[in-house]
Design a protein around this ligand. Structure first.
Ligand SMILES: CC(C)(COP(=O)(O)OP(=O)(O)OC[C@H]1O[C@@H](n2cnc3c(N)ncnc32)[C@H](O)[C@@H]1OP(=O)(O)O)[C@@H](O)C(=O)NCCC(=O)NCCS
Length: 150
């Protein structure tokens, strides 16, 4: 039987109780946790008009099955902003039904609307599931990330 298409909508400020289990699921996927204050701040930023930070949800039959965050930032290389896609997560029971792909495409639409220069994101080298999707919807940049934690 064909799966229903997910409906993609911005995460509203009254939907924290829908979002939080996915956020915590995402942190668990990365075997990490955050202080409650960081989660509070993340949620506030999604709805702060002074921030360029946004969230979208994938809904199937009234249930939030997936989420993605994105933000816009300046670049020295382009006049238009870059759009950074972060925290793509689909609940296990909904995987393989098109939510992940639909969320990425929805961020691309938002970036187009905002006249951004590009959408980009990172993943771990060994995240083969995510990379199977990413290889279908985008090109690998060839860059690797370095970091120093402060
Ligand atoms: C990665 C993730 C977001 C994918 O979401 P999803 O909703 O299952 O992906 P989709 O159903 O939209 O899959 C789209 C494509 O990716 C491919 N794909 C997805 N999961 C796959 C898997 N387990 N094995 C092989 N291919 C897979 C499919 O071929 C599919 O292509 P198709 O539409 O042509 O059939 C989801 O697995 C997830 O939340 N994983 C845990 C968190 C994570 O890794 N997030 C990304 C961090 S960078």
């Amino acid at each position: 039987m064909p799966q229903p298409d997910p409906t993609i909508r911005p995460l509203r400020s009254d939907q924290r109780s829908n979002w939080e289990p996915l956020w915590q699921g995402y942190l668990k996927f990365y075997e990490t946790s955050l202080p409650a204050a960081a989660t509070d701040r993340a949620w506030e930023r999604l709805h702060d008009p002074g921030e360029q930070m946004f969230g979208l949800g994938a809904w199937v039959d009234g249930r939030l099955c997936g989420m993605v965050h994105y933000l816009f930032h300046r670049s020295f290389w382009t006049i238009a902003d870059y759009c950074y896609l972060q925290d793509l997560f689909v609940v296990e029971t909904a995987r393989g039904t098109g939510c992940g792909r639909a969320l990425i495409e929805a961020v691309v639409d938002k970036a187009l609307e905002a006249r951004a220069d590009r959408v980009y994101w990172l993943t771990q080298e060994d995240n083969h599931t995510a990379r199977a999707l990413y290889d279908k919807v985008a090109a690998r940049s060839g860059f690797i990330q370095y970091r120093r934690m402060l």
